[in-house]
Every structure is written in structure tokens, then in C-alpha cells.
Write a protein that binds this ligand. Structure first.
Ligand SMILES: NC(=O)c1ccc[n+]([C@@H]2O[C@H](COP(=O)([O-])OP(=O)(O)OC[C@H]3O[C@@H](n4cnc5c(N)ncnc54)[C@H](O)[C@@H]3O)[C@@H](O)[C@H]2O)c1
Length: 275
């Protein structure tokens, strides 16, 4: 069983489709018989990626998701080529680290414009038409576990992914009112996944493949799940659940922010993880 938006002849649009999870999704949707619109920053990378989709009906479009007008043009191109759009996957992101919270305003702006506003631009360009047509449609926004537990290291990336989580939860609620049961939003939460963002030539043992992430996404959509939550080979579902519970517990128990990484709480956190 697949989600009704993923039936043969429907149309999927994917940003960040030239690599990693977006490319794996494009291949999967093409194999299901969907028309696929692949959007990314470079024409050359898109052409190389599209070659992986064989004989499927594919359209490529160069976009920068930081630019709202590019997403409007992407919607127009998808509609002109294939008609109504049934699947929108707002997936493009960068993993650059602009640095400390008090540094590099331009780096922070660039990351937030791509990783957070890029998702919002996609929704604003595509969802009005999804609400207007009368067939099933889904929006999948790619978040990250980093947007939930906020592991220190790349503050800007975590802020963007926390924003994607909040935005997608609110979008799901609004769509439930606007088009109950027909148009829905979902948050894809990959774990550690071997992609272009990993920056390594070989798959680290702890990483999942992009195809594994897409399998979880498609299976979750079929069940109507909002949270499309992935594992990897480093953490189990039980470990992730405890980490998320500890993070919320900071507020409930009035611990310092991010106490998981605070030396005074190392023992308590380790004991909590052991259950
Ligand atoms: N790889 C992981 O471990 C991991 C974990 C959690 C979440 N994610 C998320 O998964 C999604 C896909 O990333 P990936 O891991 O497949 O990485 P990737 O680098 O392989 O793919 C990202 C794609 O997005 C494109 N892109 C970047 N900026 C763009 C822009 N401004 N406009 C259009 N396209 C742009 C890139 O060119 C690239 O093709 C991202 O949202 C990422 O944050 C990845």
C-alpha cells in the first residue's frame, strides 16, 4: 500500500534532488510511476542525477530555494509540464557552519534563507494550488533530529531545523482544517545518513543510506504518520526517545539549557539513558 498521492501518473516535486536523500526520493517516486520534477542549484548536477531515473517522466529545474521567485517558477514549470502537483518535498539544505551565535551575520542569514525560508517558500508557492485541486496531496519537509535535541556544534543549522519542525507541525494543523484528509504535511526526520552532506567518500558504518530514509518516508506516508522518524546504525529508537525526553525535561525540571552536555549533569544523563 502507498499513500494515494504516490500513485502512478501523479507528480512529485523535490528540492535538493541532485544528491543524497532528494535523489533517492526521486528514484523511488519514478519507480512508483510518478512524474518527477527535480530541482537543485546546478544544471550539470541535475542532468547527472536525472540520468539515474531511466525512462521515467522527469523534468529538471535550476532553483535557489532561498529565492521565493524561483519556487514560483518551479511550480509554474511543474504545472506546465505535468499539471497538478501531488507531492512536494522541501528537502534542499546546506550543512555549512556559520559559527558561534554571536558571529557571522551573513553566514547565519544565508543558512536560514536556504534551510528554513527555503521550506516556507516551497509551501507558499505550491500549497495554494494543492488546496485548489481535488486530488490527494502531501508536503514532506526534511527536518533533522538536530532540530529536536539541538546538539551543540552548528547552532544555525539546529535553529533552522527547529524552525522547520515548528513550521511543519503548524502547517499540518492548518491543512487538517483547510482540506481534511486530502492535503497533509509531514516532517521527515533523518538520522545520520550517508549523502553529499556527509563529506566522506565512503559510507561510515554508523550511517544509513539515503534509500533507507526514503523507505521509512514512504512507509510512514502510507500509514498517515506525521513524524517520519528514521534511525541509523549509531542510535536505536529507544535511545532517541530518551534523548528527546531528556531535552524536554530540561524545561520541566528547570535544568540548565542543553544539560545533556553540561558536566554537572553527565552522570544523571548517563543514568537516564540506561533507564
Ligand atoms: N545526511 C544526513 O545525515 C542528514 C541528517 C538529517 C537531515 N538531513 C537533511 O536531509 C536533507 C537532504 O540532505 P542530504 O543529506 O541528502 O545532503 P546532500 O548535500 O546530498 O543534498 C542536498 C541537496 O540540496 C541542494 N541544495 C543546497 N542548497 C540549495 C539551494 N539553495 N537551492 C536548491 N538546492 C540546494 C544541494 O545542491 C544538494 O544537491 C537536508 O534537508 C538535510 O538537512 C540530512
Amino acid at each position: 500500500m502507498t499513500h494515494p498521492a504516490l500513485r502512478p501518473g501523479r507528480t512529485a516535486v523535490i528540492t535538493g534532488a541532485a544528491s543524497g536523500i532528494g535523489l533517492a526520493a526521486a528514484r523511488h517516486f519514478a519507480a512508483l510511476g510518478l512524474n518527477v520534477v527535480m530541482a537543485d542549484r546546478s544544471e550539470a548536477a541535475l542532468q547527472q542525477a536525472a540520468a539515474h531515473l531511466g525512462a521515467a517522466a522527469v523534468h529538471t529545474e535550476v532553483v535557489d530555494v532561498a529565492r521565493p521567485g524561483d519556487l514560483v517558477r518551479l511550480h509554474e514549470a511543474a504545472a506546465a509540464r505535468f499539471g497538478d502537483v501531488h507531492v512536494l518535498m522541501n528537502n534542499a539544505a546546506i550543512g555549512d557552519n556559520p559559527g558561534k551565535p554571536w558571529n557571522n551575520t551573513n553566514g547565519w542569514r544565508q543558512l536560514l534563507e536556504i534551510n528554513l525560508l527555503g521550506v516556507i517558500h516551497g509551501v507558499q508557492a505550491f500549497v495554494p494550488a494543492m488546496l485548489a485541486h481535488d486530488t490527494p496531496a502531501v508536503v514532506v519537509n526534511t527536518g533533522s533530529k538536530q532540530g529536536i535535541t539541538l546538539p551543540p556544534g552548528n547552532s544555525a543549522y539546529n535553529v533552522a531545523k527547529a524552525g522547520v519542525k515548528a513550521f511543519t507541525e503548524l502547517l499540518a494543523h492548518e491543512l487538517r482544517q483547510a482540506a481534511p484528509g486530502r492535503v497533509s504535511a509531514h516532517l521527515l526526520i533523518p538520522g545520520f545518513t550517508f549523502t553529499g552532506m556527509t563529506g566522506r567518500a565512503e559510507k561510515p558504518a554508523g550511517a544509513w543510506t539515503a534509500e533507507q530514509v526514503v523507505e521509512v518516508m514512504v512507509a510512514g506516508l502510507a500509514k498517515g504518520d506525521f513524524y517520519l522518524f528514521c534511525q541509523d546504525h549509531e542510535s536505536t529508537r529507544a535511545m532517541d526517545e530518551r534523548r528527546m525526553a531528556w531535552a524536554v525535561g530540561d524545561l520541566i525540571h528547570n535544568r540548565p539549557a542543553l544539560s545533556r552536555w553540561h558536566p554537572d549533569y553527565a552522570e544523571a544523563f548517563a543514568a537516564f539513558m540506561k533507564g
